[in-house]
Ligand binder design. Structure first.
Ligand code: SF4
Length: 69
């Protein structure tokens, strides 16, 4: 199963995300990442729809993007 040893860049899909179903391919498995285990969905982050979640995530990524020297 794919992994991302160097992390995931902003805007890049996780290697474990099935692009057709948008489900996690390793959910519930022993190699499911600790970070993902600790993430609890909440309205402030997820909104009320996938569209809301993508808009919020896009804003957060822009707000936390590293500054280029
Ligand atoms: S839950 Fe974690 S491992 Fe699964 S697709 Fe999302 S970020 Fe990737």
């Amino acid at each position: 199963m794919p992994n991302m040893p160097n992390g995931k860049a902003a805007g890049e899909h996780c290697a474990n995300l099935d692009p057709d179903s948008l489900n996690c391919r390793i959910w519930g498995r022993a190699d499911y990442p600790e970070f993902c285990r600790g993430f609890l969905p909440e309205a402030d982050f997820c909104g009320n729809s996938r569209k809301d979640a993508l808009q919020i995530l896009t804003l957060m990524e822009a707000d936390t993007q590293a500054q280029k020297p």
